[in-house]
Design a protein around this ligand. Structure first.
Ligand SMILES: [Zn+2]
Length: 286
């Protein structure tokens, strides 16, 4: 584990990058890192993450009691504490409001479609934790449902949360989520997403080990069954990824229709179906 001065400097740097990339505005967002078995180093309440200094940080224990620091710890401290409780492997937690990913969180659209191979091997899928009032005990409860099986999630009508084996690992997952959201948005605006077939998703999952990626949970074998488990209120034990059967194809084309453009829906017919329609029309003319 890095020394305390290094970790303070790293939090400052991550905060600066988040602000520079527009993942936070004003005083949004918060960052924490484990300092020892029972110590956390955390960003303070009410500061812009782009203009922090190392001495601003707070040290708390795992119950949230302040041990050191002139300022009070982050208003989302309860969410951070919950993550460390549920995930002993987590060394760092990053929370921000990256605008495109947060747009998906506002629209209620999880980033769980099989479209990018690298996202499938690293994060798997990015679900949406239910809406909860920020800075209350509701937020840790909403996060609890997904945190054992995911290193990143959206927070409904709020933002995103990532965890990592170190501070930059957690931050890079935030970058991946926003980048993934941006690419998904563009593909959907273009009106087509070629989805990675289930068989290829399984193959990518098999590569996790050889890349040294420690995913917190496997990709669900049956997404419908896994979603039913979640609906019953139980926490996620696997990662729901929407991937169609490929039947030998590795990419399966899927046409999406942007809202308000339903009239422009592309209709695909086989030659036989088209011929039958023409014959039908000709018959009705006679
Ligand atoms: Zn927030």
């Amino acid at each position: 584990m890095s020394s305390e001065p290094h970790l303070r400097a790293d939090i400052v740097e991550v905060g600066r990058r988040m602000y520079a990339r527009g993942y936070t505005a004003s005083n949004d967002g918060n960052i924490s890192v484990r300092l020892g078995p029972d110590r956390l180093l955390m960003t303070p309440k009410s500061v812009c993450k782009g203009f922090m200094t190392p001495e601003m940080m707070c040290i708390t224990d795992l119950e949230g009691r302040k041990i050191q620091g002139d300022r009070d710890p982050s208003s989302e401290m309860l969410m951070h504490l919950e993550v460390y409780r549920q995930r002993p492997d987590a060394q760092a937690v990053v929370h921000a409001h990256p605008p495109i990913a947060t747009g998906f969180a506002v629209a209620g659209i999880p980033l769980d479609r099989a479209v990018l191979a690298e996202v499938l091997t690293t994060l798997g899928s990015i679900p949406i934790a239910e809406y909860a009032t920020p800075s209350t005990k509701e937020l840790p409860a909403a996060v609890r449902k997904y945190i054992k099986a995911h290193d990143g999630m959206l927070l409904a009508n709020h933002g995103a949360l990532t965890i990592g084996g170190d501070l930059f690992g957690a931050y890079y997952k935030m970058e991946t989520i926003e980048h993934f959201a941006k690419i998904s948005l563009v593909a959907r605006l273009l009106g087509r997403e070629n989805l990675i077939a289930r068989e290829e998703v399984d193959r990518l999952q098999g590569l996790r080990g050889s890349y040294g990626i420690k995913a917190p949970a496997p990709i669900c074998a049956d997404p419908a069954e896994a979603l039913a488990v979640l609906d019953s209120g139980d926490p996620a034990l696997c990662q729901v990824v929407q991937a169609p059967q490929g039947g030998g194809q590795r990419l399966v084309p899927e046409v999406t229709v942007p809202a308000g453009r339903e009239d422009g829906r592309e209709i695909r017919l086989t030659y036989r179906e088209l011929s039958a329609l023409i014959e039908e029309a000709v018959r009705s003319l006679r």
